[in-house]
Design a protein around this ligand. Sequence first.
Ligand SMILES: O=CC(=O)O
Length: 350
Amino acid sequence: MAEERPILALGSAAFAISEYAAVLERYQIDTIPLAGLTNNAGVTKAVADAVATRTASGKSPYVAFIWFFGTGRFSPFDANMLLPLTQNGCRFFSGGGAGYDDVGTEWMTSEGAYYCNTPTAITASTANGALMLILTATRPLTQGEIYTKAGKWRGDAAIPGDLIPYGEDIEGMTLGIIGMGSIGKALAARAQACGMKLIYNNRRRIPQSEENGARYVSMDVLLATSDVISVNCPLTESTRHLLGRTEFSKMKTGVFIVNTARGAIIDEEALVEALKSGKVSRVGLDVVEHEPKINPGLLDPSLSYRVILQPHTTGRTTQAFHKGELQIIKSLDEFMRGERPEYAVNDPKI
Ligand SMILES: O=CC(=O)O
């Protein structure tokens, strides 16, 4: 047990139980219990208190801070929350999740600290979730379930607009993938097996051997030729509202849109207009701009079953979170051994 290099943890692993029990044996870890914590201010105070207690007792300061999945309600994990740690020598942070738009990585770099995400943990679950939403958007699945449970079966032909519409088969449709990282590639492999034609846009073309049958095209070509568009890129300043009024106007009429990345990549006001005008047929959103608040336009009764909403759960499977917790442990071990962690997203001067 290395008392001289202690670690602070927010909560505990919930899936990699035995592996994390071994971590608790390997290192000296203080845990901030999650019970009673509801927001960023609570965690900010708990971190400051933990650092102050350690300093007051004359013990060595924390060198690392980790948190797990399901902690989005505490974000952002930035200077405001973490400064007491870096001021006292903490040089490693890692949290559950592929995206890290809610983590102050630039600030961490300037403090000489690593940030490690869990880059491939949710790849399969999110790609499966994207395919699930593509199928749900192209087939009237939500409406069918609600009707069946309500005893309406396929609806009443005598009432205008009441019948469930026919579904559309995705075979032969063109899928445009925006963002060809690990999730985009995994989605391409799945969609290819369903007989879709694949195109993608990315900051740059990726090696052909990794394209999984997708063809690199400009954003304008993707917008103009896709029957289904899937958003799979990270949220950055350059992708915020990447799909807005101008982009919707370039799309095919009747396009289906799916977003399993981050809500703010789509301008929701523009999306609602595009749904109302019929430009967009149906949309499947696992993410929205101001989670957990839903833009009232998306809940407009006139759009009814054409807006499929999920509570940011496509990546959330037991297998994915287990893998992710193992990735946090791997990064922590590498840092504690004095190595550059493989999953570091930044390059601080250490
Ligand atoms: O949205 C989930 C993630 O980024 O891991």
